[in-house]
Write a protein that binds this ligand. Structure first.
Ligand code: AMP
Ligand code: GLY
Length: 425
């Protein structure tokens, strides 16, 4: 089978690496891909948001399965586009319908869904420009800190945690007046939850699901979880504090009700559900849903997945995911993201890279890289994810840190404390 992966990050590089191992795979196409995905297939300079160009590629190359990496094509309805075209109807597309993708595309939609489906999440209210006065009044009596979320996609920047009433009111006004453009034309005001976060991933065919390895992501740019939010600076899988008792609760209170509620509502969902969870005391709550895999969590999760990913994706398409058996490598995977100096603020591209050869149990997944002549140069804020496997977190970290040190490019920055909070294991 010919496979097309849409996207250009470390997640897509990890998907290509994993799918290339499947005996079912004859060739991988990546649109647009990066310097790392080229090792596993052919990069095609197509924007995943250009559905007509994606269609042409699928037909030209007789592609049987399309794996959608990022959220935007899903939120824009790429699944619905495929379903409504007779030429594409038989192509397996991994990702939910436009409505299913609203779980990520609209925070207000996701909150309403959780409330109506009885899924534990922080208390909230939703306001628009027309109800700004009510929103400001609501904040008068709200306990601090409080969380303000732009309703729509805002490239990970649309969530603000405000510590004072004045700050919250100023920000609410700015957001409703267009601070994040159309994405903040609606704002969710949410109770602040204090706890430790972790990420759970389900592969669902809309009726049943299988779980992938659990991961923890490190979102802030600075060590000790300080500084600005990023797409993710590193990840660890599995997460020692997520034991069987907690996973049982997560499945019973969150995952099963989510899948059942999607099915009850007739929402076509053949793809990944990413549950961004927080453990408050003994209880898990949903912070957010995403309609895709996480990045860099994928780079830590897939190296631990021992079964054939392409086979599992075909089962997702065919509605037989219940028959898959997921097998996890018992070892720990740690992923360190090397980023451009200045990221998540201003940074420059085009820095020449020197990347050492991969050694046993380590993998390099390119995030923001491109080929320039015969060189690999940087081409993004997040540049390269280095993953290592080890019997313990410190063993895995020692390997990943050694490679992180060896990779060279001007301005290289990375967190030296990924996984240390979990490292007593
Ligand atoms: P989101 O884009 O919804 O994942 O939010 C980004 C980050 O903001 C999360 O990973 C959390 O660290 C934080 N956050 C979001 N909602 C809450 C909340 N209700 N309580 C505490 N922290 C939150
Ligand atoms: N690492 C978080 C995300 O992919 O949204």
């Amino acid at each position: 089978m010919q496979v097309l992966i849409l996207g250009s990050g470390g997640r897509e590089n990890a998907f290509a690496w994993k799918i290339a191992q499947s005996p079912l795979c004859t060739h991988i196409w990546i649109a647009p891909g990066n310097a790392g995905t080229m090792k596993f297939g052919t990069n095609v300079a197509i924007n995943p948001l250009d559905f007509a160009a994606v269609k042409q590629l699928v037909l030209d190359k007789e592609i049987g399965l399309v794996l959608v990496g990022p959220e935007e094509p899903l939120v824009n309805g790429i699944r619905d586009y495929f379903q409504s075209d007779v030429a594409l109807i038989d192509v397996a597309l991994i990702g939910p319908s436009k409505e299913g993708a609203q779980l990520e595309g609209s925070k207000a939609y996701a909150k309403t869904f959780m409330m109506e489906c009885g899924i534990p999440t922080a208390a909230y209210r939703e306001f628009s420009f027309n109800t700004m006065a009510e929103g400001l009044a609501y904040l008068e009596d709200h306990e601090m800190p409080v969380v303000l979320k732009a309703d729509g996609l805002a490239a990970g920047k649309g969530v603000l945690i405000c510590v004072s009433k004045t700050e919250a009111q100023t920000e609410l006004k700015a957001m409703l007046e267009g601070k994040f453009g159309q994405a903040s034309s609606k704002v969710v005001i949410e109770q602040f939850l204090s706890g430790i976060e972790f990420s759970v991933f389900a592969l669902t065919d809309g009726k049943n699901y299988q779980l992938l390895p659990v991961a923890k992501d490190y979102k802030r740019v600075g060590e000790g979880d300080t500084g600005l939010n990023t797409g993710g600076m590193g990840a660890v899988s599995p997460v020692p504090f997520v034991d069987k008792a907690l996973m049982d609760k997560v499945e019973e209170q969150i995952i099963r009700p989510t899948v059942a509620c999607l099915q009850r509502r007739g929402i076509a969902y053949n793809g990944f559900i990413f549950f961004g969870l927080i453990l408050v005391g003994q209880d898990p709550f949903v912070i957010e849903y995403n309609c895709r895999m996480g990045d860099p969590e994928t780079e830590a999760v897939l190296p631990r997945m021992q079964n054939d990913l392409l086979k599992a994706l075909l089962a997702v398409d065919q509605g037989t995911i219940d028959q898959e058996i997921m097998i996890e490598d018992p070892r720990f995977a740690t992923t360190i993201m090397l980023v451009s100096g200045g990221y998540p603020g201003h940074y420059s591209n085009g820095k020449l890279m020197e990347i050492p050869a991969e050694e046993g149990d380590t993998m390099h997944f390119h995030s923001g890289t491109i080929i320039s002549g015969t060189d690999i140069v940087t081409n993004g804020g997040r540049v390269l994810a280095v993953t290592a496997l080890g019997d313990t977190i410190p063993q895995a970290l020692a390997k990943a840190n050694r490679i992180a040190l060896q990779v060279q490019f001007e301005g290289k920055n990375y967190r030296k404390d990924i996984g240390l909070d979990l490292s007593s294991i």
